[in-house]
Design a protein around this ligand. Structure first.
Ligand code: GAP
Length: 444
């Protein structure tokens, strides 16, 4: 994990937020490569979840949430962690993270045994709207994106005229005042979710739960996460939310242990019923064929963007050996991102920076590829070192413009370049005009 955290900072994937002021605990900023990786992930999720399907539409709800929404959903009363204070070192600790010696609970910081009783601590961030400071101006930063989907269910149904089963999808920020943010970005206080609420008839719930679990595993494979590091936990009834008839956690083997990436839950009609009760509005569905009116049930695949980015980074990290400039074998760090997820798809290298025709040709190739993918131009240093820099950030393809490209050695090779594959390190000679098609077919 140390190597991964250090690479993330060194190469600009993830920085600690407010670092120059000592950092803001549990909050992270994504650097130039991190934002590309994250955007690729979100775009691919949106593509397969919304655009490739006739039965799902999108929503982009607000972060600031009316307290009534979160009272109805149960978050105001029950979205809590039991907390204990250590009277010796004044640390506030999650009750389930205390250490234990000879059956006696201890503070994991100072070993103190003088602990308070556990008390519930609400994880929501509360804020004030407007100039007055009275309780009526309280608003919350949403702790999940799901609630705006439930609250907008009727509006979306009316405008989209979808028939059951159909889904509403959303990607967006969520905030939780986690007591112990830890494991790099894994447990953060500000994070993003990719959530789908898939509404259905009650009798379809269990079948659709199995369907979405399969779809979601397929998604992780398609973004390049190895199946052998993914695990499915069938959450036992006593650990599920009381309203859920079935929940699966999709877990990933992180270097710090097996942990949840996504929950796929059959939530019955609990959320819509809660909002019907609290708002007094009808949030039901009328089936034109059977002439029935009822409150739909819902299956919810809920994934974390940041956790998936972290899984992508952990899964991609590899070390192998490659020859240096003098042919001596050296350790190479290589991020084996699936080309679909890689922040930069193709690096473009003129063999020498001080040969104007090579540089001009390389810039031409850059302009040719730019409309199709994220490219990076690099003319600095020996070519081997330039390859190594790209391997370390997972760029799947490298194009080198050399004297053959200029037709100086063999006229038949004019306007051809070498295309290098990051994983095999093999190079093949291809025509410049074929590059957009060759590379595009592998990154889609
Ligand atoms: N709407 C259901 C829901 O929010 P959840 O299991 O609390 O369920 C769903 O959250 C996903 O959101 C998790 O599987 C995880 O990927 C992500 N997530 C939750 N809390 C997080 C945190 N503190 N930091 C990063 N990601 C988090």
């Amino acid at each position: 994990m140390e190597k991964i955290v250090s690479l993330c900072k060194r190469r600009g994937f993830i920085f600690q937020s407010s670092e120059i002021y000592g950092g803001l605990n549990g909050v992270w900023d994504y650097g130039p490569l991190g934002v590309e990786l994250k955007n690729n992930l979100k775009q691919y999720w949106w593509q397969v979840t919304v655009r490739d399907r006739d039965d799902v539409v999108g929503l982009d709800g607000a972060i600031l949430t009316h307290p009534a929404v979160l009272e109805a959903s149960g978050h105001v009363d029950t979205f809590t962690d039991p907390m204990v204070d250590c009277r010796t070192c004044k640390a506030r600790l999650r009750a389930d993270q205390l250490s234990e010696k000879n059956g006696v609970k201890q503070c994991p910081n100072c070993g103190g045994k003088d602990l308070t009783e556990a008390r519930p601590f609400n994880l929501m961030f509360q804020t004030q709207m407007g100039a007055s400071a009275d309780p009526a101006s309280i608003a919350y930063l949403r702790p999940e994106t799901a609630q705006s989907i439930f609250v907008q269910f009727k509006n979306v149904l009316d405008v989209s005229r979808k028939k059951l089963p159909f889904g509403i999808a959303q990607i967006g920020k969520a905030f939780r005042n986690e007591i112990n943010p830890r494991n790099f970005t894994f447990r953060s206080r500000e994070f993003e979710q990719m959530e789908l609420e898939y509404f259905c008839r009650p009798e379809q719930g269990m079948e659709l739960l199995a369907y979405w679990l399969k779809e979601r595993i397929k998604f992780y494979e398609e973004i390049g996460i190895s199946r052998k590091r993914l695990h499915i936990l069938d959450v036992p009834e006593k650990e599920r939310a009381f309203y859920s008839k079935g929940t699966f956690d999709i877990e990933y083997e992180f270097p710090f242990g097996r942990q949840e990436l996504e929950g796929v839950a059959y939530r019955t009609d609990y959320d819509l019923q809660q909002h019907i009760k609290a708002s007094g509005k009808t949030l039901d569905y009328f089936d034109e064929e059977t002439k029935e009116r009822f409150v739909p049930h819902v299956v919810e695949p809920s994934a974390g963007v940041d956790r998936t980015v972290l899984a992508l980074i952990c899964d991609a990290y590899d070390e192998d050996t490659a020859p240096d400039e003098k042919g001596k074998m050296e350790t190479r760090i290589v991020m084996r991102f699936h080309p679909r997820m890689a922040p930069i798809k193709c690096a473009i290298f003129p063999l020498l920076r001080n040969k104007e025709p090579l540089v001009a040709k390389a810039r031409e190739v850059q302009e040719l590829l730019r409309p199709h993918m994220n490219v990076f131009y690099d003319e600095g240093g020996a070519i081997g070192r330039r390859y190594r820099r790209q391997d370390e950030i997972g760029t799947p393809f490298g194009v080198t413009i050399d004297f053959e490209t200029l037709g100086e050695k063999d006229d038949e090779l004019r306007d051809t370049v070498t295309l290098r594959d990051r994983d095999s390190m093999k190079q093949e000679r291809v025509a410049i005009k074929d590059l957009p098609q060759i590379i595009s077919s592998k990154i889609r």
